[in-house]
Design a binder for this molecule. Structure first.
Ligand SMILES: Cc1ncc(COP(=O)(O)O)c(C=O)c1O
Length: 504
């Protein structure tokens, strides 16, 4: 049990014995990671994890020490080479951010300070309050609103919908629990809403059937007439409409609901208006895109991410709430041992634990603060505009090739399309495009993801990537066409062989 390097009776610490050596190793790690980011374009987007590496993560719990240099070598060999690839210029899957060099430095500085951002008299609280004010300015949210940084969009939606439930349920949910609700509570969103909203509705004890999914129009935005009708019918059935969730950028196609109209409807009906703007909210930064999310600033609560279209390292999202008293009312809980004093370390009115679920919280505000100061928000606005312009460029490339077919409009930064070549029939087209996606991933050339558009399998390119260049999109399209043509031939050969086999 005893550390052999420890003198008899000496107390232990986790600090290094040899600070000079650890400093040298730390500098090497920093140099290596800066180089890793500098050269990201030279590597494949993704490569599969070899079986011998995957199966090596079943080690016994290490009881004794390993030299940090050896641990770092192990990290370099078994961990660093096998990410999903989301920092690469040709990664466009799901809605993933890439991180930045400054973000990496900020994470290190924050970990070094190791602030607990639950609350208290410390600089970190001031930084977070400052960042929240900046977030409000970025999305034109009322300056009197409150806010909190959270782990991401899912948590931001959960926080917003918790405030909605507690403020609008019509009874004291915190005291009585949802089971005491005199009327079934209902939440409304388009059928394209992100799954995190359903998760939040389930976690809030409303049950997934409380989420009424409203059909979408041709542009994948909510059908307002269907929404009005559903609310009317629900009221007649004795339900209580609690909240409408508007989408500022749907995950499938980037569609933005008519947010002004939703705000009007919610005001007229006395319903809470929440907006999920996980990535789309930041379109408000770019003058040419701002109109798409107009009305978002009228939301009672707004959820968005900074680790998506602000490119910051995971994790960081934000919830803004128009009415700070409603926000605090949903979460504040102050036992004796957390008393907020007027002097000493507890002497602060910045207790973020009163505005969210977590008590202990990391200093994620620092990477936002440093990045916005370093780059200026205009740079982020230009990057967002650049990505939207790249999506339009990809749309043109797709439209220009008869082998390809665009499957949805491109309002923001997402392009859904498929290889069609001369292949006929839904099933063979779906199968070909599924295989095409996997081969693309395995080739390491590019990493889109997929979705279903009107029940058809679509290759889905979501550009929240500050490293992407137009030439990357050209390379990608050429590769899709090459792989598609090859797969078409393989399918024809297999069909011919099967037919010959059948005849024999
Ligand atoms: C529209 C939308 N909402 C919510 C989320 C969830 O965000 P997070 O992954 O940060 O939890 C996503 C994730 O892609 C999203 O696209």
């Amino acid at each position: 049990m005893k550390d052999p390097a420890q003198a008899e009776g000496e107390e232990e610490t986790l600090d290094p014995r040899d600070w000079d050596r650890v400093r040298e190793l730390g500098h090497r790690m920093l140099d290596d990671m800066v180089e890793y980011l500098r050269t990201v374009r030279d590597r494949p987007v993704w490569k599969p994890i070899p079986e011998e590496i995957a199966s090596s993560f079943h080690e016994e719990l290490p009881r004794g020490a390993t030299d940090l240099g050896d641990v770092y070598r192990d990290f370099s060999r078994r961990i660093l080479p096998y990410p999903t690839g989301n920092i690469h210029p040709r990664f466009w899957g799901w809605v993933m951010g890439n991180g930045t060099v400054t973000g990496m430095f900020a994470e290190m500085l924050a970990a070094g300070m190791n602030l607990n951002q639950g609350g208290g008299a410390q600089s970190g609280g001031l930084v977070e309050a400052q960042v929240i004010d900046w977030c409000k300015a970025m999305v034109a949210f009322p300056s009197g609103g409150s806010g909190i940084l959270v782990s991401g969009g899912s948590m931001a939606n959960l926080v917003g919908l918790t405030v909605a439930r507690n403020a609008h349920a019509g009874f004291d949910v915190r005291a009585e629990g949802v089971a005491a609700s005199p009327a079934p509570l209902r939440v409304y969103a388009s059928a394209e809403v992100h799954s995190s909203v359903q998760k939040a509705v389930e976690l809030l004890g409303l049950g997934k059937n409380a989420l009424r999914l409203i059909p979408v129009s041709a542009g994948f935005t909510i059908d307002l007439e269907a929404l009005r009708r559903t609310i009317r019918e629900d009221r007649l059935k004795g339900c209580r409409p609690l909240c409408v969730v508007g989408c500022a950028g749907t995950v499938n196609t980037g569609a933005c609901d008519p947010l002004d109209e939703l705000a009007d409807l919610c005001k007229a009906e006395g319903i809470w208006f929440h907006v999920d703007g996980a990535f789309g909210a930041l379109a408000a930064l770019a003058p040419g895109l701002r109109g798409l999310v107009k009305g978002m600033e009228r939301a009672d609560s707004l959820a968005f991410d900074l680790h998506k279209w602000m490119y910051l390292p995971y994790e960081v999202g934000c919830t803004l709430v128009r009415d700070p008293a409603a926000h605090r009312g949903a979460f504040a809980l102050t036992p004796d041992y957390l008393e907020h004093t007027t002097r000493g370390i507890g002497g602060s009115d910045l207790w973020f634990s009163d505005y969210g679920i977590q008590l202990s919280r990391g200093f994620r505000a620092l990477k936002v603060w440093m990045s916005i100061k370093e780059q200026g928000i205009d740079k982020f606005a230009r990057m967002i505009r650049q990505n939207a312009g790249q999506a339009k460029y990809l749309e043109q490339l797709v439209r220009a090739r008869p082998e390809l077919e665009l499957l949805a409009p491109v309002p923001l930064n997402i392009v859904c399309f498929r290889y069609r070549g001369g292949v006929l029939g839904k099933k063979p087209l779906d199968e070909l495009n599924k295989e095409l996606l996997l081969r693309l991933h395995e080739s390491g050339v590019a990493a889109p993801s997929y979705t279903l558009i009107a029940d058809s399998y679509a290759l889905r390119v979501c550009i929240t990537n500050h490293r992407t260049r137009r030439e990357d999109l050209e390379l990608f399209v050429a590769e899709v066409i090459r792989l598609g043509a090859r797969l078409e031939k393989e399918t024809a050969r297999a069909g011919a062989a099967a037919a010959a086999g059948g005849r024999a």
